[in-house]
Design a protein around this ligand. Structure first.
Ligand code: GTP
Length: 518
């Protein structure tokens, strides 16, 4: 009984010990788990921090993270941790080498920046300080990044300064002047119908405050259009030359064929002539030698029949020659007709082109080149007959205001209407050209000095009375006119200058008037 009581109490003690041991084991397990979790978290953060720097290190850390969940004890991870440590050490070494290289690179960049002479003085000083700072090595990436930011800042300041300067270039008057000259040139060139819309748009652009880019674009487009026209002209000339060449080759072939045939025919005819002569000789001999009249008759009949047959062969040959000659002539005539047609078309094209070259494309009035030709002609007439000759210059008043208020294309239409009115107010023998912009030149022969003012005032009034309506607004457009007569032996250019001075006077005497230089 006593034994069984002791056994029971021993069992209870053992149970208690077992219980304590189990509790201790649980505690150890928990501790292991907690440590593994801490290690796992540390590895995860390390992975994030090192991500992308070294592929081997990235893979190792990912594998370690995965394995840590399966390890019983932290020590099991030790070999892998040693591996990671080795890679980390290598990585640190690499990072230091890279940082040193980057520092050398920044030093090169800063030397370049020091060479920018236009940089502001304050910036130059900052760059010098920065360079001195760069002499000390970097220990971490965090020292390097702010330096890069600072260099970008220097670049930004320099770029902004240079950009500002280039913007100033856009508004320089010389570019505005170039735009104006280009617009003037474009007005004097004849473009094809399908190009005119594009040219009009370019003129609109050039008339406004043009920027360098737009100006360059305009030059580029105009050049491209001109080159296209030249290429077309060239290919038209080439086509004509090819046609000419083909026709000449055909004619040459016909001529040489005909020559060869002629040679052969000449030899054949000589042969036939020789035959005929032999027959005639035979007849002669027979007459002398043959006494018997019957035999003579028979011989003569034979010889005459031979002569007849040879003559008819000769006639056939001549007929064939004639037919072939006619055929050759016909072929040549056709070729020459075609050639003459081609030449006429080409001539017409050239003539049209020449005519176009003398016409102002906007107003369809003669242009400056045509004016010069006509001035020469009228001046020669003046020198020969000493009849009066006037030069008048008409300039639209405040035309810029029309462009500015209603747009360039309204300005263009106004120019067209006024050009037409000027043309219609002159006689057949008189001449008007668009001199450029809003200026027109009139050449008036055979007008007596007493009549000139009345004539020009009639023209001025006619333009003033044109009922212009822009944007529903009635607008009166006026012109000022200056005129001068060619006197004595002065050159017509001198007369032109006097007319121009008179126009200047008209403009200064409140415009809408005619001033005659006397
Ligand atoms: N629409 C259009 N405008 C043109 C053309 N050629 C020149 N111009 C413009 O004509 C205007 C001429 O201006 P200004 O020389 O100042 O003369 P204005 O405004 O007529 O003034 P005054 O002659 O002094 O009365 C400029 O604005 C030119 O751009 C053209 O072909 N079409």
């Amino acid at each position: 009984m006593k034994d069984s009581g002791a056994t029971v109490s021993q069992l209870a003690l053992l149970q208690q010990k077992l219980h304590s041991a189990k509790a201790a084991l649980d505690e150890v397990n928990e501790d292991r788990h907690a440590k593994l979790q801490i290690l796992l978290q540390f590895i995860s953060h390390l992975s994030l921090a090192c991500k992308g720097q070294n592929l081997e290190l990235d893979n190792k850390l990912a594998k370690l993270r995965h394995n840590l969940n399966t390890f019983e004890r932290v020590d099991e991870a030790l070999p892998e941790l040693v591996d990671v440590e080795r890679l980390l050490k290598g990585q640190y070494y690499n990072a230091m080498v890279q940082l040193e290289e980057s520092r050398a690179c920044l030093t090169r960049v800063i030397r370049q920046l020091q060479r920018v002479k236009s940089a502001p003085e304050k910036l130059k000083k900052e760059i010098n300080y920065f360079k001195q700072d760069l002499d000390k090595p970097f220990h971490t990436l965090w020292e390097y990044i702010p330096k890069v930011k600072q260099i970008i800042g220097f670049y930004e300041t320099i770029l902004q300064q240079q950009f500002g300067e280039s913007e100033k270039l856009d508004v320089q008057p010389k570019h505005q002047q170039l735009a104006h000259e280009l617009a003037q040139m474009v007005s004097e060139i004849e473009f094809r119908k399908d190009q005119r819309e594009q040219v009009l748009q370019i003129k609109e652009v050039l008339a406004s405050e043009v920027e360098i880019d737009c100006l360059l674009d305009a030059y580029h487009t105009i050049l491209a259009l001109l080159l296209d026209n030249i290429a077309r002209e060239k290919s038209a000339s080439q086509e004509f030359l090819f046609a000419l060449n083909d026709a000449l080759a055909a004619v040459r072939e016909v001529v040489s064929e005909s020559y060869n045939r002629n040679q052969r025919s000449f030899l054949l005819k000589a042969q036939l002539n020789r035959e005929i002569n032999t027959y005639v000789d035979n007849v002669g001999e027979a007459i002398i030698e043959t006494e018997d009249i019957v035999a003579l008759k028979a011989q003569l009949t034979t010889q005459l029949s031979s002569i007849r047959s040879t003559l008819s062969r000769k006639e056939a040959l001549e007929q064939r020659d004639q037919a072939l000659l006619l055929k050759s002539m016909e072929t040549m005539r056709k070729e020459l007709n075609e050639l003459s047609y081609e030449a006429n078309t080409y001539k017409e094209r050239l003539f049209e082109q020449q005519k176009l070259n003398l016409l102002d494309s906007l107003t369809q009035l003669p242009n400056r080149a045509a004016l010069e030709e006509r001035m020469d002609m009228e001046y020669r007439n003046y020198q020969r007959h000493k009849t009066p000759l006037w030069v008048a210059i008409a300039d639209i008043d405040h035309f810029k205001a029309i462009n500015d208020s209603f747009g360039h294309s309204t300005g263009d239409k106004t120019l067209q209407v006024i050009a037409m009115a000027l043309k219609n107010s002159l006689r057949e023998s008189e001449f008007v050209a668009r001199y450029g912009g809003e200026e027109f030149v009139l050449l008036l022969p055979d007008v007596a000095p007493a009549d000139i003012a009345q004539l020009l005032n009639r023209v001025r009034e006619k333009i003033k009375n044109i009922p212009f309506k822009f944007k529903n607004q009635r607008i009166t457009v006026t012109v000022s006119i200056g005129a001068a007569q060619v006197i004595g032996s002065e050159l017509i250019n001198e007369t032109f200058e006097r007319a121009d001075a008179a126009l200047y006077k008209a403009k200064h005497e409140s415009r809408d008037r005619v001033v005659i230089d006397v």
